[in-house]
Design a protein around this ligand. Structure first.
Ligand SMILES: [Zn+2]
Length: 283
């Protein structure tokens, strides 16, 4: 990250935190109506029989060979959601359910270790990837698909959307959804704005591309490298039913984030939390 990017990030974090506070009430209500948790990401009705194999990315040749009116697995096209006015900040569901999200990756230095820990405890998480990172590390998206994780769209190059034209925002989103579809096997159903800086165009274009906006409830602020124990305590202090936790698996030295997960994940599970991924339910 350049110094300018770091400055932008610091400034916009502050703004996003202020904006996030104002939006808590309304978004919390919306979350109760529109999102539930489940064991597996929900599949659009067009692909009822899709099993683990269907999640594997097909080679380009496989697409070409697929008959037009054929019997092969249909390509998944997420249903078009409503245009929201604020992102979801939490996820409603039965019982003590929490969602872990990892942003800005994938990064081969940290993402595999996070995937290893999640696999060790048989837990599914969300990865909001940047297209430019995903394009360089497609094998990590394939692994996420294999292991049942949900991949969301976090734009191509992590810009501040509020400074972009509508066409630029669309390009940032669409290119990323395209590379996710190629590497992960499905287009993303969730979108998260960089720095939590949302605007109307982001909500509209996200919905057009079949994505729901998801923010977070608890920010570990792991990108400030506050120390592994601080990250762990932020997660544990913030733990509650429906909480969405924000961490990062890229964008800098994320070894603290990797170590923290090894500590807080078993503790959350021991405390009776069901750590899972959201699924979309249209109302
Ligand atoms: Zn980010």
């Amino acid at each position: 990250m350049t110094k300018d990017q770091l400055l932008t990030r610091l400034l916009t974090r502050r703004r996003a935190m202020l904006a996030g506070t104002a939006a808590v009430g309304a978004a919390g209500t919306a979350a109760l109506l529109a999102a539930v948790t489940g064991e597996e990401p929900v599949r659009p009705p067009a692909a009822p029989a899709a099993g683990p194999l269907a999640r594997r990315p097909l080679k380009p040749s496989a697409y070409r060979l697929q008959p037009l009116t054929g019997y092969g697995p249909p390509r998944t096209v997420p249903a078009r959601p409503l245009v929201r006015r604020e992102p979801f900040l939490r996820i409603s569901g039965r019982g003590r359910t929490m969602v872990l999200t990892f942003d800005d990756g994938p990064d081969p230095r940290y993402t595999p270790a996070i995937l290893d820990t999640l696999a060790e405890y048989d837990v599914r998480a969300m990865f909001f990837v940047c297209g430019e990172m995903a394009a360089d590390h497609r094998e990590l998206l394939a692994r996420m698909a294999e292991e049942g994780h949900v991949v969301g769209n976090h734009t191509w190059s992590h810009p501040l959307l509020t400074r972009l034209s509508r066409a630029q925002i669309h390009s940032q989103m669409e290119r990323t959804s395209d590379v996710v579809e190629e590497a992960y096997g499905e287009r993303p159903q969730w979108f998260r704005a960089p720095y939590g800086a949302w605007n109307r165009a982001a909500f509209q274009l996200g919905a057009e591309l079949g994505m729901e906006p998801l923010a977070w409830t608890v920010d570990t602020l792991d990108w400030t490298t506050p120390g592994t124990r601080t990250i762990v305590s932020r997660v544990e202090n913030g733990a509650a039913p429906g909480v969405v936790v924000l961490s990062h698996d890229a964008g800098g030295d994320r070894s603290q984030s990797v170590r923290a997960l090894r500590d807080y994940l078993p503790q959350l599970l021991d405390s009776g939390y069901h750590v899972t991924v959201p699924r979309r339910q249209h109302i």
